[in-house]
Design a protein around this ligand. Structure first.
Ligand SMILES: O=C[C@H](O)[C@H](O)COP(=O)(O)O
Ligand SMILES: C=C(OP(=O)(O)O)C(=O)O
Ligand SMILES: [Mn+2]
Length: 460
């Protein structure tokens, strides 16, 4: 969220017909990964209710983020996007939100030092309540039920009632997002984000013997802080920070009613979050999701796997970013540690040769998921690091900008990903596996990743 000096742009909650009619035109396009809502009247009611609610973000804030992402595309800033794979209503507690924000702030401080550039902070939060799934249903011990599709659709409990899609969950998702965003705004503007606190937390991280390898970098940051203090830097001005929200724009029955006309410009903005992205499973060029993001003015992302066809991506740029606006379009590549070096170069080369300036971000999570011997869906910390390293090497080799990372993480001490300095083993995964979808880096693993990426940035 921008600081208090930014002009707040009003977004009408009453909507003028033209742009919204154009938005409705996309409603007939095929939309992948949508729930089958059993009760049409209940869906209409939920969508109607959402359309009357205030926006969660302002159009002007989205424009600020687009400017920040443009700086990332030019190599003048780095972006950190992080948060749960799937937020849940029960886990939207003060402590969980605080610890996630704290983790992102700690990572950002380390990355800022490594990059010697501003770090744009984006939480995968306040709206990350819907999931695309590999299969429409799930079978346990011979019983088959609809797959869990995120708390905005159904409940994780494995019973027929829980798994039945309930449109009132869209409305609950709005309220949970609103409460989350409110607390995030309070933390990031109310003094919690003070750089001096963040630095002290990081000193706590390296004080742990397991993290001794990062002591040197932490000491360098400490020295830099003392140097700044000696020069009279105004640390009180660093008590607040910009922080933006992001989620996958998957459920069109949520995103469409949250889309409003900006009263300044008459343009459409999806006011459910500052940055929205289209997932790997829904980025069909002729589908409803790409059509939807092409009609709103938020900065948008598209996930790109190693199987992506580069000509499709070039057409996607034409559709989503026809005016070639820096900051408008981010390709979030998620290729897997084993494939990034082979698959990324041709894509980056051809996109660059087309003259488009997209922002490149690395998601080192979704190409590195596997089932462990003990049966948990997991990721190995070494693969996560290896994919980021490959991403940096490819961009360095081509003279393009490795713009940022997009990570599934939590501030809690869960045991969902293998490895890291705590050396989490397959046998440990059951100790505290809490994700309802994909495995997240825990607090320690997230900080460790930030230190390693800071080293990569320092060499960039
Ligand atoms: O978060 C990403 C996807 O929703 C997830 O990886 C799909 O998981 P599944 O293969 O368990 O459905
Ligand atoms: C579903 C996700 O990723 P992808 O679309 O890249 O598989 C995700 O980010 O949780
Ligand atoms: Mn995920």
């Amino acid at each position: 969220m921008p600081d208090a000096h930014l002009p707040l742009t009003l977004v009408s909650t009453t909507t003028s017909p033209d742009p919204l009619q154009r938005l409705a035109a996309g409603a007939d396009l095929p939309a992948a990964q949508q729930p089958v809502w059993p009760d049409r009247a209940a869906l209409d009611e939920a969508v109607g209710t959402l359309a009357t609610y205030p926006p969660l973000v302002f159009a002007g804030e989205c424009d600020v983020l687009k400017d920040r992402m443009a700086a990332v595309a030019r190599g003048e800033a780095f972006v950190l996007q992080g948060g749960d794979c799937a937020e849940t209503f029960v886990s939207a507690t003060a402590d969980n939100i605080r610890d996630r924000v704290k983790t992102i702030l700690q990572m950002a401080a380390v990355l800022t030092y490594g990059a010697s550039m501003p770090v744009v902070k984006v939480g995968r939060m306040a709206g990350q309540y819907a999931k695309p799934r590999s299969s429409d249903d799930e079978t346990r011990e011979g019983v088959t039920l609809p797959a869990y599709r995120g708390d905005m659709v159904n409940d994780y409990d494995f019973t027929p009632e829980s798994r039945r899609p309930d449109p009132m969950r869209l409305v609950r998702g709005y309220h949970a997002s609103s409460a989350t965003l409110n607390l995030v705004r309070a933390f990031t503007t109310g003094g919690f984000a003070d750089l001096r606190h963040v630095h002290d937390w990081n000193k706590g991280f390296v004080a742990n013997a397991a993290n001794a390898r990062y002591e040197r970098l932490a000491r360098d940051i400490d020295k830099a802080m003392r140097f700044m203090a000696a020069c009279g830097a105004d640390f009180d001005a660093m008590r607040t920070t910009e922080f933006f929200s992001a989620h996958e724009a998957l459920l069109l029955d949520y995103e469409r009613p949250m889309t409003r006309v900006d009263s300044r410009t008459g343009q459409l903005y999806d006011t459910s979050g500052h940055f929205i992205w289209v997932g790997e499973r829904t980025r069909d060029l002729d589908g409803a999701h790409i059509d939807f993001v092409s009609r709103v003015r938020n900065p948008v992302g598209v996930k790109v796997s190693a199987n992506a066809d580069v000509d499709d991506l070039l057409r996607m740029i034409d559709v989503v970013d026809p005016d070639r606006e820096p900051g408008r379009l981010t390709f979030i590549t998620r290729m897997g540690a084993g494939r990034v070096r082979e698959a990324l170069p041709a894509i980056v080369e051809k996109v660059t040769a087309s003259g488009a300036l997209v922002t490149w971000v690395c998601d080192p999570m979704h190409g590195n998921t596997f089932s462990s011997a003990s049966g948990f869906k997991t990721r190995d910390f070494d693969d996560v690091v290896a994919e980021v390293r490959g991403f940096f090497e490819v961009h360095q080799g081509l003279g393009t900008h490795p713009g940022g990372i997009h990570v599934e993480l939590t501030g809690n001490d869960v045991t969902e990903c293998i490895g890291g300095s705590e050396k989490i083993l397959d046998a440990d995964l059951g100790t505290r596996y809490e994700s309802v979808c994909d495995p997240r880096l825990n607090h320690q693993q997230s900080l460790e990743l930030a230190f390693l990426v800071a080293e990569m940035l320092a060499q960039d």
